[in-house]
Design a protein around this ligand. Structure first.
Ligand code: FAD
Ligand code: SF4
Ligand code: SF4
Length: 653
């Protein structure tokens, strides 16, 4: 074999603590190495050109690049060697940046370790064989999970790009949190006016199939060919017949059903339509509060419905859809703030969440847009906003910032003054985070034009004063003194968390999630929309906190990825997959049980049952190879021989 070795300086990233020229010199003594060099930036155009030139000039049939993590540039260098006529699997990388120069400062030790890692890569390469990818058809339909503003944007952009979209939303209506908001920062324009038309577009788009009140039950398959099972939860109303006239909701006698759309701040009827602009505008029965279900008699809505849509015996339905790509856009929920006993733990009706306050501000909310205290319906004059309730609080295991609370608190203080001109708002804050375009100006307006008093410090306690008001106790850390404010209403800017069931959905999608349940992007900077599972993309707050502009931008970005994927008629399967040696297989089935992708099936081979890998489904994780007691499974490009060659080389170092 004729191997070329390239030791990248990566500017001073590697060369700062590794003697790259010396590593190249040592590499020249390794078996089959006929050429070694140490370019400044191997990934840059001149660096890649140098590799191509060396392949031609020295008739190389294998290349080792010692540089950064292969997660970063393996595809780059595979394309480089391919351009020069080599098979892309005749490239090996040694990570001497993340594994060496970034973690050690001793030049000698780093240089030696780099030389050893290069030796391992050379020995692996000597055992490599060219591998060929196979191509397969792509199903050019996309599944979007979650129809908040991010999912809506992704769905509309894909649909406008000619791609049929299956949109699955857990709630009875699409719109997510934005549908509940009154006005939006930093322009203070009406949320319904900008979201409403998009929601209608979703309903009317010929390329979008919407499943509301539904959840993804199961996902199998691989990029280009996913099979998705969707559970359409029963609404006890036949939506094909329901016209959304609302006659049932008017007559329903069970009027004490907590209203989820109004964040439980008011009650509704057991049969309800989420809100007047709901998409789809269809009725849903809440069986836990419906007299027909609880007491076995009522039937009023069935009698009143002019279209005969009520079906008390309706059951969940499972629907199967085939798609080639998936966008996850499941957003967020507010954390359970009632763990803060010092704020009353939910016992004081006039201590409410910011989202509940949005409903009070909203003209389609329970008070028709008049701010009223939940306890007595009176208009509050002194309103205290408390920021960072459950955000940046290590004591409850939530050190992260929820991102948009500083801004919406400023917005809510402005709206409060607009609604009640003689009111006074106070904001307890830790820091003001207003990094977006026109955001700092916006918070300044809240203080300077609207007279909102900002107090820097955490609130230590909230308690009723016995005369109808609440006492908010805290410390003004700028003044260095304790402070007490009397409040008619307290609004908590409650921290966010990943939406309920996000980790379980991540397992179904086979994507990673962080310790807080937010989905992980493939690369923080360069692949913020992709996941580690090919064909699965992210949009909106499910990946991490984002306001509406950023959620919309990421929705469009995810759609662009889907459209780019679907621009090809065929996709290539990665040949780094498992292969069963039928002669060794004893059909114990352990590989079938352990494979997380369902990529191994039992087949008949010469009259006996044997395991066989489904090539397009196998993700090359290697679990089966480690599990097989017979050693009957090998993973291409990570065979026993290749790994042992590296181990042997290490033992000789
Ligand atoms: P979401 O709005 O949470 O939507 C996610 C959707 O996915 C929901 O419909 C949910 O039901 C659905 N879903 C969840 N799990 C599943 C599942 N497993 N299957 C199917 N569907 C699922 N931002 C601004 O820019 N301006 C503002 O003025 C503003 N005000 C705010 C005020 C408050 C009080 C709060 C709390 C936030 C505010 N925000 C504001 C932030 C804004 O709410 C978010 O940026 C935006 O809602 C993010 O959209 P999303 O689609 O990512 O998530
Ligand atoms: Fe739908 Fe019938 Fe209720 Fe009208 S009465 S909203 S048609 S279920
Ligand atoms: Fe065959 Fe090994 Fe799978 Fe058992 S574990 S079925 S022996 S391949």
């Amino acid at each position: 074999m004729r191997i070329g070795v390239f030791i990248c300086h990566c500017g001073s990233n590697i060369a700062g603590t590794v003697d790259c020229a010396k590593v190249a010199e040592i590499a020249r003594s390794y078996p089959d190495v006929v050429y070694a060099d140490d370019p400044m930036y191997t990934c840059a155009e001149p660096g890649q050109a140098a590799i191509e030139a060396a392949i031609h000039e020295h008739k190389l049939d294998g290349v080792v690049v010692a540089s950064c993590s292969p997660r970063m540039h393996e595809p780059t260098f595979r394309r480089t060697v391919e351009r020069a006529g080599l098979n892309r699997y005749m490239l090996e990388m040694a990570n001497i940046r993340e594994h060496v120069s970034w973690i050690g400062r001793d030049m000698n030790a780093n240089t030696n370790k780099s030389a050893e890692l290069v030796l391992l890569a050379v020995e692996k390469l000597r055992n490599n064989r060219p591998l060929l990818a196979k191509s397969f058809d792509v199903n050019k339909r996309v599944l979007v999970i979650g129809a908040g503003v991010a999912g809506i944007q992704a769905a509309l952009d894909c649909a406008d790009g000619g791609v049929p979209v299956v949109l699955v939303e857990r709630d009875a209506t699409i719109g997510g949190k934005m549908a509940k908001l009154d006005k939006t920062f930093p322009t203070v324009d009406c949320s319904a006016c900008i979201l409403g038309p998009k929601m209608v577009d979703v309903a009317q788009h010929s390329n979008i199939t919407l499943y509301a009140y539904s959840e993804v039950e199961d996902i199998s398959g691989y990029v280009g060919n996913f099979t998705v099972k969707i559970r359409k939860r029963t609404t006890y109303v036949d939506w094909n017949l329901c016209t959304g006239c609302g006659a049932c909701t008017e007559k329903c006698p069970s009027k004490k059903t907590p209203d989820g759309f109004n964040e439980l701040i008011s009650n509704t009827t057991a049969i309800t339509i989420a809100f007047p602009q709901a998409i789809p505008k269809k009725a849903v029965i809440n069986a836990a509060h419906c007299r027909q279900f609880v007491k076995g008699k009522c039937g009023v809505c069935a009698k009143i419905c002019p279209t005969g849509a009520i079906k008390y015996d309706m059951e969940d339905e499972i629907i199967t859809e085939e798609v080639g790509s998936i966008v996850a856009a499941t957003g967020y929920d507010l954390m359970d703030w009632t763990i803060y006993q010092e704020y009353g733990g939910g016992a004081y009706p006039d201590v409410i969440t910011s989202l509940q306050y949005e409903r009070l501000l909203n003209a389609s909310g329970p008070t028709a847009g008049h701010i009223k205290r939940p306890s007595d319906g009176k208009e509050p004059k002194n309103i205290v906003f408390v920021q960072c309730v459950g955000s940046r609080d290590k004591s409850i295991g939530r050190p992260y910032c929820s991102g948009f609370c500083c801004m919406y608190t400023a917005k809510q203080a402005i709206l409060t003054k607009d609604h009640i001109p003689d009111s006074q708002s106070y904001v307890f804050y830790m820091d003001i985070r207003a990094a977006g375009k026109m955001y700092d100006e916006f918070t300044r307006r809240t203080m300077e034009e609207y007279g909102t008093e900002y107090i820097r410090g955490r609130v230590s306690q909230i308690y009723p004063d016995g005369q109808g008001q609440l006492v908010v106790m805290g410390v003004d850390t700028l003044m260095g003194q304790a402070i007490e404010v009397k409040a008619d209403l307290v609004v908590l800017a409650v921290g966010i968390e990943a939406s309920k069931g996000a980790p379980q959905l991540a397992e179904k999608l086979r994507i990673s999630y962080d310790s807080y349940g937010f989905f992980m992007e493939s690369h923080v900077k360069l692949k913020p929309v992709e996941t580690n599972t090919a064909g699965v993309y992210l949009a909106g707050v499910c990946q991490g906190t984002k306001d509406i502009p950023a959620s919309v931008a990421q929705g469009s970005a995810a759609a662009a990825k889907v459209l780019a994927l679907f621009s090809k008629d065929k996709l290539e399967s990665d040949p780094q997959i498992a292969q069963v040696d039928m002669r060794r297989c004893v059909n114990c089935g352990k590989c079938i049980q352990c494979c997380p992708f369902g990529a191994i099936k039992e087949v008949e081979f010469r009259g006996e049952g044997k395991a066989q890998v489904i090539e397009t489904v196998c993700q090359g994780c290697g679990l089966c190879t480690a599990t097989c007691p017979q050693g009957a499974i090998q993973l291409s490009h990570a065979t026993d021989n290749q790994i042992l060659a590296e181990v042997n080389a290490l033992c000789q170092c």
